[in-house]
Design a protein around this ligand. Structure first.
Ligand SMILES: Nc1nc2c(ncn2[C@@H]2O[C@H](COP(=O)(O)OP(=O)(O)OP(=O)(O)O)[C@@H](O)[C@H]2O)c(=O)[nH]1
Ligand SMILES: [Mg+2]
Length: 313
């Protein structure tokens, strides 16, 4: 049976039709009403791909690194899907364009698929859209998924928690690296990469990070986060980064991986339940009227909120 004779978009995705792949990711991005049904059809095929999250402050070289990692993975025969997520838009159209240019070396390779996603296009919840897009790429049949996110905030935690392995990229000379440490990016890192190893200050940053890792009271899953150097711009250190990722995968093992993924799914369902409840809650105009009346009578906002909660539960 050819792809053209298959009827539904999910069927075509499973037959490895790229147009279906692009369309389903758009559905995920737009929270299209047909997405949950489509996911139901493909969900049995989700779970084979390894998911690598790459995050860090703006401009440290994440996209350049991802581009290099794609090349290495392709040399090993893996097919790779890349999702570049940018929570800080609408002002970063340029950054996404930059990502596209940096990934250009792979655009003619049928074993690589690159997609950008920005919050201006995602209807509520970039983390939700990112997880859904990963599921779609996973079901399509990529061996490896790379999820690049920019920034250091809560949105990145939510997004990278969809990954099996998290790489945090820093570079010397950026105050942002210190910010990243303060913001707790270190805590989510399975592998720390000091990119722009060719730039001044790299040695200092590496030793600072090694100290920080050593001081950390409890490492995630008992794994000691390695600090790896790269000069992605010059194509150096990429194999070292991948080797560190592979060591972490071996360390995690299948049971550790399954545990992480379970945790990710629980968080996903919790988030979704939250969204559904909020929708259901405010779709009933009476509740808003109740709030208005209570406030008009001079009651403090927290008291009104408490009463409403008690009424609902
Ligand atoms: N010196 C040096 N520059 C690099 C290296 N890797 C990347 N760069 C440069 O750093 C700049 C930012 O690179 P990107 O790969 O776009 O960084 P990014 O972290 O993806 O940036 P955003 O997605 O905008 O946050 C570019 O000008 C790259 O050429 C490196 O190893 N050494
Ligand atoms: Mg980038």
């Amino acid at each position: 049976m050819t792809v053209a004779t298959l009827k539904t978009t999910p069927e075509r995705l499973l037959a490895r039709d790229r147009r279906a792949l692009a369309r389903l990711i758009t559905w995920a991005e737009n929270a299209h009403p047909r997405f949950p049904g489509a996911l139901r059809e493909i969900y049995g095929h989700v779970g084979r791909a390894r998911r690598l999250g790459v995050t860090g402050p703006p401009g440290v070289g994440k996209s350049t690194l991802c581009n290099g990692l794609v090349s290495c993975l392709r040399e090993r025969g893996s097919e790779v899907g890349v999702l570049a997520v940018d929570p800080s838009s609408p002002f970063t159209g340029g950054a996404l364009l930059g990502d596209r240019i940096r990934m250009e070396s792979h655009t003619k390779d049928p074993g690589v698929f690159v997609r950008s996603m920005a919050s201006r296009d995602s209807h509520g919840g970039l983390a939700r859209a990112a997880v859904d897009a990963c599921d779609v790429m996973d079901a399509f049949g990529f061996d490896e998924l790379i999820l690049e996110t920019v920034g250091v905030g809560q949105a990145e935690y939510d997004i990278v928690s969809a990954a099996d392995t998290v790489i945090v990229v820093l570079c010397p000379g950026a105050g942002d690296s210190v910010q990243a440490m303060k913001a707790g990016l270190l805590e989510v890192a399975d592998v720390l990469v000091v990119n722009k190893n060719d730039a001044p200050g790299a040695d200092r940053l590496v030793s600072d990070l090694e100290d920080a890792v050593a001081l950390r009271r409890e490492s995630r899953d008992g794994w000691t986060t390695p600090v790896v150097r790269s000069s992605a711009g010059r194509g150096l250190g990429l194999e070292d980064v991948l080797a560190a990722v592979e060591q972490q995968r071996t360390f995690l093992g299948s049971a550790g991986l399954a545990a992480r993924r379970r945790k990710m799914r629980v968080a996903q369902v919790q988030r979704t339940v939250g969204e559904l409840l909020v929708q259901a809650l405010w779709s009933d105009g009476c509740r808003v009227e109740f709030i208005k009346t209570a406030l008009a009578s001079g009651r403090p906002p927290y008291d009104v909120a408490d009463e409403m909660r008690d009424q609902i539960l």
